[in-house]
Write a protein that binds this ligand. Structure first.
Ligand code: SAM
Length: 355
């Protein structure tokens, strides 16, 4: 089994282009970020402000959030300095991040909102990324379901969210430990009164989650196809190092540390690719072609990590192609049954002013 998640979890390049759904989720979170920052008196402040975006990939999907917040910020003060620290794992596409914020020269986001400084940071978010008491607003979208490792091997499934294996308890324990480390690090980084807005995949009280809202479940489909492509041992060795927490698990962990829970909502964001198919923009073949990459970007490395080390790269590539080729055919033949709707917890936390 692969070791630390840090070794092999990184989105492929062109992350932003391939993940329209993730951007939609961030857009849906903007009003809540705006409301709680405004209620907290943030926009009226005079001191330099620092934002932290954890697990930001190439930063592109979060542009609508930072643009909205910085526009309001500048309406209140033309001179107040603002810094954005964009965080991800060391292997992330930081080149694109810097291009996103610099492109357009005088019209770049950095220039438009000057004095605005953009920094990259590659510290895994289980640890503190910046110094104590330095952050006004910490944010993370669709990233903290990644665990520090896969703690066990599930015999019946590739993902904990549908596995009946007893070892799922080990995933739960590690998820609790990881969430606690994440929260402790955010607590230390925040200024008193600062906000941490966590937008995380979750399991809703109706037992919906990513790719399982209606029709076929995405993770069931992954598991069924992979069972027919990989050997028995390789199937057991393929384990997503992820955990989809419940609303209660997310909230309890935060309250235990002393965070105030300002807001907590479960939000479903419908698959934008399925919407285009349903609107009649695409045939089923076009739908399958356009939809597939939004699943492959984050999962191909996990499937590959379960394969025997002594297989040739060619062999591994063939098996991965078979997985995605089969999935594509299923979508083409029955497009109504397949989609990747998102189910998120929008959790807004505040470090109390006196802390
Ligand atoms: C699905 S992408 C989300 C990107 C962006 N926040 C969005 O919502 O579109 C998840 C990101 O989390 C990053 N990630 C996973 N584990 C991480 C860790 N321990 N520390 C920092 N980033 C991590 C991955 O590398 C990936 O870029």
């Amino acid at each position: 089994m692969a070791g630390s998640t840090t070794d092999y979890v990184a989105m492929t390049s062109n992350y932003t282009d391939l993940t329209k759904g993730a951007q939609k989720v961030i857009e849906a979170s903007v009003p809540l970020a705006d409301k709680h920052l405004a209620d907290n008196g943030f926009f009226q402040g005079q001191q330099p402000a620092t934002f932290l975006d954890l697990g930001a990939a190439d930063g592109g999907t979060a542009v609508p959030l930072w643009r909205a917040l910085l526009t309001k910020f500048r309406e209140n003060s033309a001179e107040r300095p603002a810094t954005l620290v964009s965080n991800d794992l060391p292997g992330a596409d930081f080149n694109t991040l810097f291009r996103v914020y610099e492109t357009g020269e005088a019209d770049s986001l950095r220039q438009r909102f000057a004095p605005f400084y953009v920094l990259g940071n590659g510290t895994p978010f289980f640890q503190q990324a910046v110094e104590n008491g330095s952050i006004d607003f910490s944010y993370s979208a669709t990233a903290m379901h990644w665990l520090s490792s896969a703690p066990a091997k599930m015999k019946d499934h590739v993902h904990q969210v549908e596995s009946q294996d007893a070892c799922v308890a080990e995933f739960r324990d590690l998820a609790n430990q990881n969430w606690s480390s994440i929260l402790k690090a955010r607590w230390a980084e925040l200024k008193p009164g600062g906000i941490f807005f966590a937008v995380n995949f979750c399991v809703s009280t109706d037992n919906t989650y990513l790719g399982k809202t209606t029709g076929k479940s995405m993770f069931s489909t992954f598991s069924e196809i992979w069972k027919s492509v990989a050997s028995e041992q390789e199937f057991v060795d393929t384990n997503f190092p992820q955990y989809y927490r419940s609303k209660e698990e997310l909230e309890t962990g935060a309250a235990q540390l002393g965070f105030e829970v300002l807001d907590h909502q479960i939000v479903q964001t419908n698959c934008p690719y399925k919407e285009r198919f349903l609107n009649g923009d695409w045939t089923s073949a076009e739908y399958a072609e356009n939809f597939l990459p939004t699943m492959t970007t984050w999962s191909t490395a996990v499937f590959k990590s379960g394969l025997r080390q002594d297989r040739s790269e060619d062999d591994k590539t063939k098996m991965i192609n078979e997985l995605w080729g089969t999935y594509k055919k299923l979508i083409e033949n029955d497009p109504e049954s397949y989609q990747m709707d998102y189910v998120h917890s929008f959790l807004v936390l505040r470090k109390p002013s006196g802390a």
